[in-house]
Design a protein around this ligand. Structure first.
Ligand code: DAT
Ligand code: MG
Length: 226
């Protein structure tokens, strides 16, 4: 499959700091600085002639072609998870340490706020546990001080975040996990993480208002995924 880049002007052949304008590529509506670290504006496009090209003309063509492995990778499901530093984590000064672990892993932060949650919100968040004997204590704990609410995004982020967090009981959590390194008791286990992609969406919608989330592209993106 071949995709022609508009008038045939190959964007990747322009010098790195070229300003691409309407006159360079007439069908481009906006002019912008070409500053990405890789030769193509879109990593989906390859400008090398296909190896199977039979004729000399086809082999020397400059027409871009979609590079299938990149396309397949781009179609991988991107999930969202709701991560919350609980009041004990905030009081103990662990917010930076916890955010840092997710940042270093390579996930994308799309929402962040310090927030004092109401009893109603805590009860809604933990509604699946409302028949448990520890439920009233859990609600008191979650509402006992400010929490840090976060939305994180990435391929496989829900399951991976659960691994980074560790087991519910910090004494059972592996060393190297957040709970394994930073907590000792289930009732003070410093962090929450969604347990499924569906709950990730539900909890982000519950804790964040419209306009509080930010859609952005980290500059490190091409260094994290091929
Ligand atoms: P997790 O937070 O690992 O997803 P969960 O959803 O089963 O665990 O429970 C939510 C929170 O409720 C948990 O982080 C701490 C509290 N909790 C769970 N089991 C408890 C127990 N047996 N005693 C006291 N608190 C408990
Ligand atoms: Mg849970």
């Amino acid at each position: 499959m071949e995709v022609v880049c508009g008038s045939g002007v190959c964007v990747s052949s322009l010098p790195r700091s070229s300003t691409i304008t309407r006159s360079t590529v007439p069908q481009f509506r906006v002019s912008y600085q070409y500053l990405t670290p890789f030769p193509s504006q879109s990593h989906l496009f390859s400008y090398h002639p296909p190896p199977y090209a039979k004729t000399l003309r086809a082999r020397t063509t400059t027409k871009p072609a979609i590079f299938l492995p990149h396309l397949v990778a781009s179609l991988q499901q991107v999930d969202q998870t709701y991560i919350m530093v609980k009041p004990d984590g905030v009081q103990r000064g662990l917010v930076g340490e916890i955010i840092s672990r997710f940042e270093k892993k390579g996930f994308k932060l799309t929402g962040l706020k310090l927030f004092q949650c109401s009893k109603e919100l805590a009860e809604e968040h933990y509604k699946d546990l409302n028949q448990k004997s520890f439920f009233p204590k859990l609600i008191d704990y979650i509402t006992s001080g400010p929490v840090v609410c976060m939305a994180w995004e990435g391929v496989g982020v829900v399951a991976s975040a659960r691994k980074l967090i560790g087991a519910t009981d910090p004494l059972q959590a592996e060393p190297g996990t957040i709970r394994g390194d930073l907590a000792v008791q289930t009732g003070r286990n410093v962090i929450h993480g969604s347990d499924s992609p569906e709950n990730g969406k539900r909890e982000i919608a519950l804790w964040f208002k419209e306009g509080e989330l930010c859609d952005w592209t980290p500059v490190q993106a091409p260094w994290l995924r091929e």
